[in-house]
Design a protein around this ligand. Sequence first.
Ligand code: ADP
Ligand code: NI
Length: 208
Amino acid sequence: MTIEQQILLTEEFVKQNLKGYDSGHDWWHIVRVRKLALFINEMELLADPFTVEITALLHDTADSKFAGRDNEQSYLLIKDFLDSNGMSDIKDQVMNVIKNVSFSSKHKKENPDDPLLWVIQDADRLDAIGAIGIARAFNYGGFRNNPICIPGEESENTGRSTIGHFYDKLLKLKEMMNTTTGHKIAEERHKILEKFLEQFYSEWYFGN
Ligand code: ADP
Ligand code: NI
């Protein structure tokens, strides 16, 4: 099987497995993360580009929030897919990233010092900030029917509203970047979050 065929088959597998996810985790999130990951890797030369591409494609296929099965079942499915399509040689690397990539990962970090993980994690985190990050946060909040903002919550860090989520997670991501390239892009996107919050509060507290 050629590399091109393996990529196509992985795309199809991912599309099948993302059904039922919220639209912030849809195929277009995967497309954006793939581009960011390949770009970061091109700049930093940290991992094999084919492995980066396959891992970026697969990185969200085991999210128990959406997948409708537990993580272990998803891991088996993904391993099976890699074995059946001539990708056994990259299986361990891919699985390590899938298990560790999530911000909210409850799993013990098996191998957090993996350059492939740095690349994919940075790409995934970049898609959670900037204009796209804001769109995804409000989309997720709507999906959960969370309030947009709970006045006073910002300082308490309770994170029940989408604005609260900015303080719980989004504003922290810039300093959590693994790579120099990721950090550079994050700085730009972080500024967008700050600008947005400033304007948001000026409108929320209009007339006060
Ligand atoms: P990860 O993929 O790192 O596990 P999540 O699945 O928690 O991250 O988040 C994916 C997307 O959903 C991100 O854009 C994130 O900001 C958004 N999101 C997650 N939790 C919330 C929340 N409580 N309110 C608003 N957006 C959220
Ligand atoms: Ni993701």
